[in-house]
Design a protein. Structure first.
Length: 442
């Protein structure tokens, strides 16, 4: 009888660590390294069992490096190390920072790496004694292997209409095992559209969490031969998928955005004004795909107009109900799940802090249903619209000096080129079914 080599080495032990990073799109990339076998991740977290660095070809990671400067190093952030739930063989995962060779011969953080960009901006906040916390609401569709909705469940449906409910609960347990806490789990407005809310946490951790969330929900779904799509608008006549961001700004042990009576503080209003002022440019990061703009259309409860309001779900920025200053939050509703969270949170910091530093004032909060306002009323209220194409959003970003400085001009130049190339390929290199329908016999 042959001997199972894994059994002989100790089937129950952890033998490998996946060292993870993201590309410019927020897509996970990784290198797997062998380690001395351990029974749990504890010795890895404590450093008593070494997790080695890993090299990576940066020119093969979208948006990171050219072929002439491609030798990069992944240095694991051990604070993110955990065991990958439901894995066999057992393995740990860890998110890494990307380093390049510095001019003095040592290593320095790579300036174009998304996690480096977010770190730089959270450190800017920390220098002011502030911390931004976020709760995320990523939405997604559950699909059969043929790419059709798994069921016809709609908002807040449970079993048997919502056949994916057990999958949601199992995913929540996977997330908890990975140290990621959820708030609410429920079906959404589209057929077989789901939402798992990730509870408030500091921005850097939140970016790591939502990145791992996508991995874990897809791994769990694969056990049932179910596909998961985070595409903003996978079906023309169904609701699009968003990733609303609920933001809290803390200074020490005080949330400085809200008053106990449910209104915004002056600081909160400045922050909102900054988000509104930079909203067109934020869109290039919050809605980074051509498909994103098929969600941002009137009629499907996606924010289109640059407005804010208390409790008003038709506004771009909604101030949810709160009864104490500690619970105050600002909900920014335009981002979708394909946004790179490290870049998204960076521009939200940049825009909000610009509003605070310049003491910008927002317009009066909107109390009407913006979705159904006639154009004449929109003009009277001087309400502007978000860019309606990826190209328009990229133009807005190029003109926004504050956000280009937030991300770095070198990064913005690289990002613009990649997205402009996508736009060119879409407008010049793709023949759609609609073009055949409209023009083939004209």
């Amino acid at each position: 009888m042959s001997v199972d080599p894994i059994q002989s080495e100790g089937r129950g032990k952890i033998h490998f660590v996946e060292i993870l990073t993201v590309d410019i799109d927020g897509v996970l990339k990784g290198m797997t390294v062998p380690i001395s076998p351990v029974d749990s991740v504890t010795p890895l977290q404590k450093g008593s069992t070494r997790v080695p660095d890993s090299g990576i070809d940066g020119s093969s990671v979208k948006g990171l490096a050219s072929i002439t400067t491609s030798d990069l190093r992944l240095k694991p952030d051990l604070s993110t190390l955990k065991e990958l739930p439901n894995s066999y063989p057992r393995r740990a995962i860890v998110i890494a920072d990307v380093f390049q060779r510095s001019t003095d011969g040592g290593l320095a953080p790579h300036p174009l790496a998304p996690r480096t960009i977010l770190k730089r901006n959270t450190e800017r906040l920390a220098a002011k004694g502030m911390q931004l916390r976020v709760k995320l609401e990523p939405e997604f569709y559950l699909l059969t292997e043929e790419g059709i909705p798994l069921d016809d469940a709609k908002y807040a449906d449970i079993f048997p209409e919502n056949k994916g409910m057990d999958l949601l609960l199992e995913t929540a347990l996977d997330l908890r095992a990975a140290g990621i806490e959820t708030a609410w789990l429920h079906s959404e407005h589209g057929e077989s559209q789901q939402e798992i809310e990730l509870d408030f946490t500091e921005l850097s951790q939140a970016a790591d969490n939502v990145t791992l969330f996508k991995l874990l929900v897809r791994r769990r779904a694969a056990l049932y031969d179910i596909e998961v799509s985070f595409m903003p608008k996978p079906f023309q006549n169904e609701a699009g998928s968003g990733m609303h961001c609920h933001l809290q700004l803390w200074k020490g042990n005080q949330n400085i955005l809200g008053n106990s009576d449910g209104t915004l503080t002056e600081t909160g209003k400045h922050f909102v004004a900054g988000l509104l002022h930079h909203a067109p440019a934020i869109t290039a990061i919050a809605n980074p795909t051509i498909n994103s703009f098929k969600r941002l259309v009137p009629g499907f409860e996606a924010p289109v107009y640059i407005t804010w309001g208390y409790l008003n779900r038709s506004a771009l920025i909604r101030i949810p109900l709160f009864t104490s200053s500690a619970k105050a939050a600002i909900e920014f509703r335009s981002p979708d799940p394909l946004a790179n969270p490290y870049l998204l949170f960076s521009v939200l910091i940049g825009a909000g802090m610009d509003g605070i530093e310049r003491q910008l004032q927002p317009p009066d909060p909107i109390t009407e249903d913006v979705y159904h306002l006639p154009s004449k009323r929109l003009t009277q209220l001087k309400i502007q619209q978000l860019p309606d194409t990826l190209r328009g959003a990229l133009i807005a970003l190029r003109k926004d000096k504050v956000l280009c400085e937030t991300l770095s001009q070198d990064f913005c130049n690289s990002y613009q080129k990649i997205r402009e190339d996508e736009w060119y390929q879409y407008t010049h290199g793709v023949i759609t079914d609609k073009e055949w329908e409209w023009y083939i016999h004209r």
